[in-house]
Design a protein around this ligand. Structure first.
Ligand code: UD1
Ligand code: UDP
Length: 434
């Protein structure tokens, strides 16, 4: 099997790393295509070194540009690469421009697409990432979702439950595989000024491209009575400099700015933090994986499981709200302990194994193949049904051959659809074909 991995930014390299390992260990062909969206050594190459990955087979080299230019160049370059390489399945991860462009290009070439970390929704279309993930899911065939909540998002959008697989999140694989290595190899402890500190990351476009929000966040940081270590994203540094805010942080003695860190250094830094302050997606997941309370500098999150599990709070971006959220955790032992003990919703670190096995099985049983029009039977409509008999999802769909369950409601709440889910006393929405 020839598996094409499309990636472009540091979180994609980190979250794809265990999948690349899995493919290579099983001696399938893994063709890595880097879009070049992140290009500084510390935003890209460092992660290939830290995670012991083979270098990309291709680098499209799009660099920094408008989203439209990046997406259009990636799509047209991928047409040539994917065709020449005779790729059997394309894997994309997350919600960056590489994901949208990769999924769309593969879809147009009729190559199946597996979306790793599919189904996340913030329901905030101001975020470029929200449109990317919705459109990428529309172009995908296999959906590797981290949790039941994310699976339900896809079910609500009409995606066939048979193609949705709960696999956990590969960030846990990355954390588990690299934490001991990081503890042994990293010397970041010697480079940090403080023993007790908050780790801060900040780069979301809606925070750093909005001068008022950025100033509010900076004010909250400079007036905070805790130490902060701040590995700075190049986008953020640029915005801070452009808005005359960089010096303000630099002059605050309790804040240490570092360059963007490699994965081993960053993981080590995170693991020793008292608290994590972030607007990053991946860092919210790492916080709960490492049992460290997280304060998120946003008004919504596509990772609501971290909040409902009790490990994360949304602080927004206003000065007082941020300071209060942090103080409420750090000045209250019970709150702190409860947050640190929140159960990780993202699995046990075996996501990449599960994802690889699902891909292999989907090829074996041909469920992945893109059907020709004469194989698609005509859609008749939807119906709602209250189930009174003792029957599972699989039994129902075998009994009513051309009926596919689209949603299940139990006590008025949507439920994840598993083949073995029992339907008695539940209400279902069914898609019926002629
Ligand atoms: C991108 C993703 C975002 C993801 C983040 C991970 C999209 C729409 N955004 O945001 O979802 O969370 O990566 O970090 O795909 N820059 C450099 N060197 C680099 C890369 C970027 O200096 O190696 C600077 C450039 O000034 C560039 C800016 O950062 O214009 C923004 O980079 P870009 O890749 O467009 O977006 P990110 O903010 O990194
Ligand atoms: N990260 C890193 N060095 C840093 C900052 C972040 O290695 O200086 C890692 C972090 O461990 C996480 C990933 O980058 O796995 C998150 O990437 P980012 O916050 O840039 O993007 P997002 O997850 O929000 O898309």
């Amino acid at each position: 099997m020839r598996i094409g991995i499309i990636l472009g930014t540091r979180p994609e390299i980190i979250k794809m790393s265990s999948i690349i390992d899995e493919i290579n260990q099983n001696k399938d062909d893994c063709i890595i295509i880097h879009t070049g969206q992140h290009y500084d050594i510390e935003m890209s190459k460092q992660f290939f070194t830290d995670l012991n990955l083979p270098l990309p087979n291709y680098n499209i080299g799009i660099g920094s540009n408008t989203a439209i230019k990046q997406i259009s160049i990636i799509i047209s370059e991928l047409e040539e690469i994917l065709t020449k390489e005779k790729i059997d399945i394309v894997l994309v991860q997350g919600d960056t421009n590489a994901v949208l462009a990769g999924a769309l290009a593969a879809n147009k070439l009729k190559i199946p697409v597996g979306h790793v970390e599919a189904g996340l929704r913030s329901f905030d279309k101001n975020m470029p990432e929200e449109t990317n993930r919705i459109l990428a899911d529309n172009c995908s065939n296999l959906f590797f979702v981290p949790t039941e909540e994310t699976a339900i998002n896809l079910q609500n959008e009409g995606i066939n439950h048979k193609m949705i697989h709960i696999t956990g999140n590969t960030i846990v694989d990355a954390c588990n595989r690299n934490l001991d290595i990081a503890i042994n190899k990293s010397n970041i402890e010697q480079l940090t000024n403080f023993d007790d500190y908050i780790t801060l990351t900040l780069h979301r476009a809606e925070n750093v491209d909005d001068p008022i929000r950025l100033e509010n966040i900076v004010n909250s940081l400079v007036n905070l009575e805790y130490n902060i270590v701040f590995p700075i994203h190049p986008h953020t540094k640029k915005s801070l400099v452009d808005n005359n805010l960089y010096e303000k942080i630099l002059n605050a003695e309790h804040i240490q700015i570092t360059k963007p860190l490699g994965y081993l250094d960053f993981l080590y830094l995170l693991s020793k933090s008292k608290l994590i302050l972030t607007d990053s997606g991946g860092v919210q997941e790492e916080a709960i994986t490492l049992n460290i309370p997280c304060v998120t500098l946003r008004y919504n999150t596509e990772r609501p499981e971290t909040i409902s599990a009790g490990g994360n709070v949304l602080a927004g971006t206003k000065e007082e709200e941020i300071r209060n959220s942090i103080a409420n955790i750090l000045n209250n032992k019970d709150v702190y302990t409860k947050m640190a003990k929140a159960k990780n919703p993202y699995g046990d670190g075996d996501s990449s194994k599960k994802i690889y096995e699902i891909i292999v099985n989907s090829f074996k049983n041909e469920s992945i193949h893109i059907k020709s029009s004469d194989e698609i039977i005509d859609f008749e409509g939807y119906y709602l049904k209250k189930i009174e008999e003792n029957i599972t999802v699989r039994e129902f769909e075998e009994k009513y051959e051309k009926h596919i369950i689209e949603q299940i409601f139990s006590n008025n709440l949507p439920e994840y659809i598993d083949e073995n889910t029992k339907l008695k006393d539940k209400t279902i929405i069914v898609k019926k074909f002629k």
